[in-house]
Ligand binder design. Structure first.
Ligand code: RIB
Length: 306
């Protein structure tokens, strides 16, 4: 069993379904509202565990009503939560998610306790970083914490998969490119490079920009186009999407990143690991919610082998 370390956010998602996503200034009638465990870090931890990894999570919940529920959910997936802090006097991270009838979403995150995950906490966990086969990080916790995590991983030769989501406002720090696999989606790629990825040519252009900034490999999550792998000196390699009926795209990218990281930890070549990741993402979009939608290994294997 491979060991994945996930450093990142843990949120409770407040999910409102409506026929369309609200436009600025518009009031829409929703059709349902649910609270569902989410957070990019926690979603990736759950996906990795269901796909067969031993997972340790470093994060923080609040001492509100959601904190214990979020922790329990992670424990039920056999995720090691010894390094998930319960912070006093602050609420857990919250995401307000709108999902329309086509399964598209828009998300606003209030970090709450995720903002308490400090550089020093990560520094004190260098043993866990060094002992991981792969470390997975995203950007819903303080950037200086991610900077520390990347630097500790580098000094212990632990490969890093970075999901640059959400792209921070302002200048994107250079150290975030200093990772093994950089996995933006189309809108993150557009924000970072100004290039809209719509085909192999545009994926090659955008990928080369990101490689030039320091990433070793770039894997662009391209929604219903599948994914594009860009490595130095060659054109993008396209992995087509696995068809599925879209119910809710929330956390599909998290399923993808977790599968990609685990696939690489298990020694799959990058193309094969990305195919596996596309399959994981396509299962996630066929189900509602974040953590409940994360796929299991046998489901992913079944569609990859078709
Ligand atoms: O990637 C999906 C996740 O983004 C949601 O679960 C939400 O919590 C936000 O972090």
């Amino acid at each position: 069993m491979k060991n994945l370390l996930v450093i990142g956010s843990i949120n409770m998602d407040l999910v409102v379904k409506s026929d369309q996503l609200p436009k600025p200034g518009e009031t829409l009638m929703g059709t349902s509202m649910e609270t569902i465990p989410g957070g990019k870090g926690a979603n990736q931890a759950v996906a990795a565990a269901r796909l067969g990894a031993g997972v340790t999570m470093i994060g923080a919940v609040g001492n509100d009503g959601y904190g214990p529920l979020l922790l329990e959910g992670l424990k039920k997936e056999s995720i090691n939560v010894d390094y998930v802090a319960v912070e006093d006097n602050i609420s857990s991270g919250i995401a307000i998610i709108h999902v329309d009838k086509a399964g598209e979403n828009s998300i606003s995150v209030v970090p709450g306790s995720n903002a308490c995950l400090s550089r020093d906490t990560v520094k004190a966990r260098s043993e866990q970083v060094g002992g991981a086969d792969v470390m997975l990080v995203q950007l819903e916790v303080p950037l200086e914490t991610i900077e520390e995590a990347i630097s500790v991983a580098k000094s212990s030769n632990t490969p890093v998969v970075l999901d640059p989501a959400p792209v921070p406002t302002g200048l994107f720090p250079e150290f975030l490119y200093n990772v093994d696999v950089f996995t933006p989606n189309q809108s993150e790629t557009l924000a970072l490079t100004g290039i809209r990825v719509v085909d192999k040519a545009s994926a090659t252009l955008a990928g080369l920009v990101l490689l030039d900034r320091g990433a070793k490999y770039v894997v662009i999550k391209a929604g219903d186009l599948g994914a594009f792998i860009v490595t130095s000196g060659s054109d993008a390699f396209h992995i087509p999407v696995f068809p599925s009926s879209v119910v809710d795209t929330t956390a599909a990218g998290d399923a993808f990143s977790a599968a990609l990281a685990l696939g690489l930890a298990e020694g799959k070549p990058l193309v094969e690991a990305t195919r596996w990741a596309c399959a994981a993402g396509s299962i996630a979009v066929s189900r509602a919610g974040a953590q409940p939608a994360m796929p299991r290994r046998e489901e992913v294997d079944a569609i990859v082998d078709l």
